[in-house]
Design a protein around this ligand. Sequence first.
Ligand SMILES: NC(=O)c1ccc[n+]([C@@H]2O[C@H](COP(=O)([O-])OP(=O)(O)OC[C@H]3O[C@@H](n4cnc5c(N)ncnc54)[C@H](OP(=O)(O)O)[C@@H]3O)[C@@H](O)[C@H]2O)c1
Length: 318
Amino acid sequence: MRAIVQTGYGAPERVLRIEEIDVPAIGPDEVLVRVRATSVNTPDWATVAGEPSILRLGAGPRRPRRRIRGSDVAGVVEAVGAGVAGLAPGDEVFGSAQGTFAEYAAAPAARLVKKPAGLTFTDAAASVMAGLTALAAMRDVAHVSAGTRVLVNGASGGVGTMAVQIAKALGAEVTAVCGPGNAELVRSLGADHVVDYTSEDFTRSGPRFDAVLDNVLNHPPKATARLLAPGGVLMPNSIGNTGGLLAGLPRTARAALMANVRLVRPAYDRENLTALLELLGTGKVRVVVDKAYPLDHAASAVAHMLGHHARGKIVITA
Ligand SMILES: NC(=O)c1ccc[n+]([C@@H]2O[C@H](COP(=O)([O-])OP(=O)(O)OC[C@H]3O[C@@H](n4cnc5c(N)ncnc54)[C@H](OP(=O)(O)O)[C@@H]3O)[C@@H](O)[C@H]2O)c1
């Protein structure tokens, strides 16, 4: 099969190349998926760039031991392990796997659900990590309900576009922070108020939010926490942009020690994928795709996300 193999750390065009390799073997609880679409997420660009560089200690000092990036997957079941029930060859599925920048990927059956015919492979793949992160933030951490006042920083990216819509679907009043070119987009997703970060510092607007999802972490968490109404929660949700030994990690670590801070830890399981599907099915949440690249242009897809101005999700089709 063709797969995008990482040969070192650095610029995507330099360290990602397409190779012919063996189709992965599957274990008893796994499913072999013929990948039709996958998408780019922060762990992908961060591992390609090798940033923050301290992460190389765990991933592999000169190149990552896991050579193929990608975790979101939408595709067609090719084969199932002996212990897998409920899925069969030919089923269209989506969910989470490892090494999805390839024509085939092995996925734990517990991390896949059947894809409805009305949902495209592109949208399904794009929804997984971004959607489950946004769902965990709004439903499980912020416990959003009617009237909850939510601010989303980085509202026009992959996680942000899902977070704005999921918060709205749960009844929130949403303030979205984005650049001037994306104000219309986030309004169309339901944002009640839009802050253009090039002309206004949202951290100066006073304590009036019950929940703040910070996908950018470009302000000190202490400053962002001043936005919180009593009992409010700050969700710092970023490793910071590329650069430096630790990049944004010290900021996240400091924030994690604050009393009103909760980290977002989505579970990539059937239950959450089904909840996400239900939201997509209501029509209240849609997947925003910036651009889809063919597999042999995966390096350009990762470089696009490394620009940190994706409008929604970046997809790779195989
Ligand atoms: N907790 C988890 O398990 C988990 C899972 C996935 C992702 N994450 C985190 O979630 C964060 C967002 O991920 P993502 O996939 O949404 O990233 P992304 O798609 O690359 O985000 C791009 C967006 O960031 C916005 N942005 C850039 N600079 C900004 C600024 N100064 N102020 C406000 N917005 C700015 C851009 O808006 P404009 O173009 O309008 O400027 C763009 O729309 C990442 O930091 C990632 O680490 C966490």
